[in-house]
Ligand binder design. Structure first.
Ligand code: SF4
Length: 438
C-alpha cells in the first residue's frame, strides 16, 4: 500500500528493513522504518493499521506502575501481582495475542506454578476453528504457496480490506507469483452476508443469509460428491449458483478458502468450519485445494503454538488438577468469568473489558485484577495493579507466528520508556517472586 507517515520522536538516524508489523495476522515483514537525525520517523509499506501501531508509542502509554491508582515502584507492583496470584485458589491468566512467544512461554509457566488457568484471545476468535481442526484436521498451505500458485481465491465470511488490509495485495489477489501473473490470472470469489470493501474487489460476490453457512457447505459437498442437492435455494443462494461455484472449485488448478468470523461467530460455530474443511478435503479428490483461517492478532497463532508445545493444548488450559486440562466451554476465559469460577485475573496484551460480554466484565470488577500493558485501556482502568510494558515488536524483539503458522522474528526499532520492562521480563520477575512466596 506504500503508506508513509512522519512524526517527531527525537531519535538517532536509523533504517530498519524487513521490519515485521506487529498488528494483524498477516504479519507483513517488508516494512521499512527510518528515523532521521531531526527525530522524524518514516514508515514505508505498512497499511494504516500497521503504521498507527508502530507510531502509537507516544500516545496513551502507561509509564508508571500503579497499585489502587497510586504510583508505586516496579518491585512493589510485581510483588503485589505475585501475592494476588499466590493467594488465589484459581487465578485466570488471559490475553497474550499481542506479545511475543517468549512472553507466552513465561505466562504459561506462571499459570502452572500458581495452579491457575491460561487462555488467549483464541477463545473469543478462532477457537471454533481449532475445535474443528481437532476433529477433522486441516488441509492447509502457507501464504507463499497461495501467492505463487493459487488461481482461485475465496474469501468467506471475512473482510480483509478492513481487518488485514495488505492480505489481498501481498499474498493473494493482486500479487504476482511464480506461476501467476497477478490479478489477471486469479479468480476471486467473496461470500458474505453483505457487500463490503472486499466483496467489491472480487470477480464474483455471493450474498448468503446470515447463519446459513453450514447448510451451504453441506449442500456444496452433496453437489460435489453426487452432482445435486435438495432445494432450489440454499441459505439464500440459488442452487444453480452453488453448482457453478462447485464446478469452478473442482476445475481450478490451486484453490484456497480464507475464512473469518462469519463462520466462527455465527450459528453452527465450529461446525461451520468443520464442514468447510470437509468440503476442501473432498475437493482434493479432484484438484489441489486448501483452507486458511484469517487469524486476527499478529501473534495469536504463536500462543497456540507455544501452549501446545508446553501443555499439549492450544488455549484454555486449566492447571488446577496438577495436570493440564482442556475443555473450551468450561475452561475458556468467558465461561470461567460468567460462572464466577475464578478468583483473580491477570490480563496481558489484551483488553477484555472492551471485548467481553457485560456479565464477564461485571465479574472482572469484583475480583483482584492485574494488568500488564503498554497502553491505557478499559481493562487497565479496572485494574488493582497496573504494570507498564514495552511494546513487543516495536520496542522489544521476539518471535511471532503468522496466520499460516510461519514463524517470523519481530524486530526492535525504538527504546522503551525508561524503566519500562518487556512482557517477558515482567512475567519472569513475577515467577521469581511467586517462587519466594510458595
Ligand atoms: S496488513 Fe496487517 S501486518 Fe500488514 S501492515 Fe497492515 S496491519 Fe500490519
Amino acid at each position: 500500500m506504500g503508506k508513509e507517515l512522519t512524526a517527531s520522536f527525537g531519535f538517532d538516524s536509523m533504517r530498519v528493513e524487513a521490519f515485521v508489523c506487529p498488528f494483524c495476522g498477516a504479519l507483513c515483514d517488508d516494512i521499512i522504518v527510518e528515523t532521521g537525525n531531526n527525530g522524524d520517523v518514516k514508515i514505508e509499506n505498512a497499511c494504516v493499521l500497521g503504521t498507527r501501531k508502530i507510531m502509537a508509542r507516544t500516545r496513551g502509554r502507561i509509564t508508571k506502575p500503579m497499585i489502587g491508582g497510586k504510583e508505586v515502584s516496579i518491585d512493589e507492583a510485581i510483588e503485589r501481582a505475585a501475592e494476588i496470584l499466590v493467594n488465589a485458589k484459581k487465578p485466570l491468566l488471559y490475553g497474550f495475542s499481542s506479545t511475543s512467544c517468549e512472553a507466552h512461554s513465561a505466562g504459561i509457566e506462571l499459570a502452572e506454578l500458581v495452579g491457575g488457568v491460561v487462555d488467549c484471545t483464541s477463545s473469543v476468535c478462532h477457537g471454533p476453528t481449532i475445535l474443528a481442526i481437532h476433529e477433522v484436521g486441516v488441509p492447509s498451505v502457507t501464504l507463499g504457496e497461495v501467492k505463487n500458485r493459487a488461481d482461485l481465491i475465496i474469501y468467506w465470511g471475512c473482510n480483509p480490506m478492513h481487518a488485514h488490509p495488505r492480505h489481498m495485495s501481498r499474498y493473494s489477489t493482486f500479487q504476482k507469483g511464480r506461476f501467476r501473473k497477478g490479478r489477471i490470472s486469479r479468480k476471486v470469489v467473496a461470500v458474505d452476508v453483505r457487500p463490503t470493501e472486499s466483496t467489491k474487489l472480487a470477480d464474483e460476490f455471493i450474498q448468503v443469509e446470515p447463519n446459513r453457512d453450514f447448510e451451504i457447505f453441506n449442500a456444496m459437498r452433496a453437489i460435489l460428491n453426487s452432482g445435486d442437492c435438495r432445494g432450489d435455494v440454499i441459505g439464500g443462494v440459488p442452487k444453480e449458483k452453488l453448482k457453478k461455484l462447485v464446478e469452478e472449485m473442482k476445475s481450478c488448478q490451486f484453490g484456497v478458502i480464507f475464512f473469518g468470523m462469519g463462520l466462527t461467530h455465527t450459528y453452527g460455530n465450529y461446525r461451520n468450519v468443520r464442514e468447510a474443511i470437509l468440503l476442501v478435503r473432498d475437493l482434493n479428490m479432484y484438484t489441489k485445494f486448501a483452507i486458511i483461517p484469517m487469524r486476527g492478532h499478529y501473534n495469536v497463532t504463536g500462543f497456540n503454538e507455544v501452549c501446545t508445545w508446553q501443555t499439549g493444548y492450544p488455549y484454555a488450559v486449566d492447571f488446577t488438577r496438577d495436570y493440564p486440562w482442556y475443555n473450551p466451554g468450561e475452561t475458556d476465559a468467558n465461561s470461567l468469568l460468567i460462572a464466577e469460577d475464578v478468583d483473580a485475573m491477570l490480563v496481558i496484551a489484551a483488553d477484555p473489558a472492551a471485548h467481553f460480554p457485560k456479565q464477564a466484565v461485571e465479574y472482572m470488577k469484583r475480583i483482584p485484577l492485574v494488568v500488564i500493558d503498554p497502553f491505557e485501556s478499559l481493562t487497565s482502568k479496572l485494574a488493582d495493579v497496573v504494570i507498564p510494558a514495552a511494546i513487543a515488536g516495536v520496542e522489544v524483539e521476539g518471535s511471532a507466528y503468522r496466520m499460516d503458522g510461519v514463524p517470523l522474528r519481530l524486530k526492535k526499532v525504538f527504546e522503551p520508556p525508561e524503566g519500562v520492562l518487556s512482557d517477558e521480563e515482567i512475567l519472569k520477575r513475577i515467577i521469581s517472586k511467586v517462587k519466594e512466596f510458595l
